[in-house]
Design a protein around this ligand. Structure first.
Ligand SMILES: Cc1ncc(COP(=O)(O)O)c(C=O)c1O
Length: 407
C-alpha cells in the first residue's frame, strides 16, 4: 500500500461538469447548514446534534482539569500528530482482542472532517479516482473538490477499478442512514486487500444506535491478531462531535503508521496542530469516559425524535415519499414516489412553507437530479419535527399541483 501519488488511473467515467457544478453552488455545505443559524424555517436540513443536550458541566470540569493538569502545555503549540496522551488514550480505547493499536496509529485532527480533507491532500492528484457510494457525504465532496478527483461508484460485489482510495460511512450513513451489514463489510475488506486500495471508514455516528446489533468496525475486522501495531489498509475516522459537541473540533484518524506520517505531513501546512487546549479537554473527557456516559442520554432523546418524525411522515407524507426507518444516526432519507421528481426544485416551496431539507442531488458526486431528500431529526424536539413534516407535506402538494398545472 503506497501513499505516494502516481499517474492518473483510468477507473470510471469522468464527469467534467462536476467541479463547475459544485463551484456554481457557491459552497453548498455552507448554504444548507446555514439555515440552522438564522431565525425562520424549521430546520430539518442541518446535520447538527441537539445543542440543549451538550454535556456542558462535563466540559466545564474537563476544561478546568485541562488547565490545572496540563498548565501552559494546554495553551502552547503542540506536536502535529496530537497530544501523545490523547493518542494513547484513543489507541487504548479502540484496541480489542483482535486489534492492537499504538499511539503511532493515531493522528488527532481538527474534527474528523479535517482527516477527510487531509486524506485528499495526501493522496489525490487531479483526475485520480475515488470510489464512493452514490449518494455520499457532502462534506467529503466539498473537501476533495479543490483536488479535482473523479468519482466511480464503489462496487460492493465486483472487483474494484484502479483508484486512490475508497470512502464509506458504514454506520448510519450521511445522508441515507443506512448500515453496512457484516457480509458487505467483509466484501469491502477483501476488495481493498486484493487491490491494495486504502479503505476510508468514516464513523461519526456508530455510537448513536437506537436499535439493532452492533457491527464490528472495518478497522477491527481488517486487523491481524497478535501484531503489536496496526498495519492494515483501513483508515478509520472518529470524532467527539456527535457524542460531546461539534464545537470542540476534536477528531482522529486511526491507521497504519506510514499513512499517519503522510497525513501528519499534510496537516503541518494546514494548522500546525489541532488546538492543544481542546485536545487537553478531550483527553480529560475521555479519561473519565464522559462521552460514553453521555451516549445513553443522546440515544433516548434521538430515538424519540426519530420516532416522532417518522410517525408524522407516515401520517402526512406516505403517499408522496418512501423511506426506511434508520436504526441510528441523525437522518431519514426519503425518496419521492413520483419518478423524476426533482427535490432541488421542491426546496423553494418548502422554504416558502417554513421548513428546510437537503435535496439529494448535492450528495451525488455526479450532480444528478435526485428524487430524494435528507431530513435531520436530532436538532429539534418532537413537536417541532411534527410541524416541520406537516409543512413539508403542504409544500410537496403545492409543488405537485404547480407542476401538474404547468404540464
Ligand atoms: C459522515 C461525516 N463525516 C465527518 C463529519 C465531520 O464531523 P466533525 O465535526 O468531526 O468534523 C460529519 C459531520 O456531520 C459526517 O456526517
Amino acid at each position: 500500500m503506497s501513499t505516494s501519488s502516481n499517474t492518473a488511473p483510468s477507473a470510471g467515467p469522468r464527469p467534467p461538469e462536476f467541479a463547475t457544478w459544485m463551484k456554481q453552488g457557491n459552497n453548498i455545505t455552507q448554504q444548507f447548514l446555514s439555515f440552522g443559524r438564522r431565525p425562520g424555517p424549521i430546520v430539518l436540513s442541518g446535520g447538527l446534534p441537539a445543542p440543549e443536550l451538550y454535556p456542558i458541566s462535563d466540559v466545564q470540569e474537563a476544561a478546568r482539569d485541562a488547565l490545572e493538569k496540563h498548565g501552559s502545555a494546554a495553551l502552547g503549540y503542540g506536536a502535529v500528530e496530537g497530544l501523545f496522551d490523547l493518542r494513547e488514550a484513543i489507541a487504548h480505547r479502540l484496541s480489542t482482542d483482535r486489534l492492537s493499536l499504538a499511539p503511532e496509529n493515531v493522528l488527532i485532527t481538527t474534527g474528523s472532517l479535517q482527516a477527510v480533507e487531509l486524506i485528499g491532500k495526501a493522496l489525490i492528484d487531479p483526475g485520480d479516482a475515488i470510489l464512493a457510494e452514490y449518494p455520499t457525504y457532502l462534506g467529503a465532496l466539498d473537501a476533495w473538490l479543490p483536488r479535482l478527483p473523479r468519482y466511480a461508484e464503489l462496487p460492493h460485489e465486483a472487483p474494484w477499478p484502479e483508484a486512490k482510495f475508497a470512502y464509506v460511512v458504514p454506520n448510519f450513513s450521511n445522508p441515507t442512514g443506512a448500515v453496512l451489514k457484516r457480509k458487505a463489510r467483509e466484501a469491502l475488506l477483501s476488495r481493498s486487500a486484493e487491490s491494495g486500495i486504502w479503505l476510508v471508514e468514516d464513523d461519526p455516528y456508530g455510537e448513536l444506535r437506537y436499535e439493532g446489533g452492533v457491527q464490528p468496525s472495518l478497522l477491527e475486522m481488517s486487523a491481524v491478531p497478535g501484531t503489536a501495531i496496526y498495519e492494515g489498509s483501513v483508515v478509520h475516522l472518529g470524532t467527539l462531535s456527535k457524542t460531546i459537541a461539534p464545537g470542540l473540533r476534536v477528531g482522529w484518524a486511526v491507521c497504519a503508521p506510514d499513512m499517519i506520517r503522510a497525513l501528519a505531513q499534510a496537516k503541518q501546512g494546514s494548522d500546525l496542530s489541532t488546538s492543544t487546549f481542546c485536545q487537553a479537554v478531550a483527553l480529560e473527557l475521555i479519561r473519565k469516559d464522559a462521552d460514553r456516559r453521555h451516549v445513553p442520554t443522546l440515544i433516548d432523546a434521538y430515538r424519540e425524535r426519530r420516532d416522532a418524525l417518522c410517525a408524522a411522515a407516515q401520517e402526512h407524507l406516505a403517499d408522496l415519499f418512501e423511506w426506511s426507518v434508520p436504526e441510528g444516526g441523525m437522518f431519514v432519507w426519503m425518496t419521492a414516489r413520483q419518478p423524476g421528481l426533482d427535490t432541488y426544485a421542491l426546496l423553494p416551496f418548502a422554504l416558502e412553507a417554513g421548513v428546510s431539507f437537503v435535496p439529494g442531488s448535492v450528495f451525488d458526486s455526479r450532480g444528478l437530479v435526485s428524487p430524494s431528500l435528507r431530513l435531520n431529526f436530532t436538532a429539534n424536539p418532537p413537536d417541532i419535527l411534527q410541524e416541520g413534516v406537516r409543512r413539508l407535506s403542504r409544500a410537496a402538494r403545492e409543488f405537485a399541483s404547480r407542476q401538474a398545472a404547468a404540464e
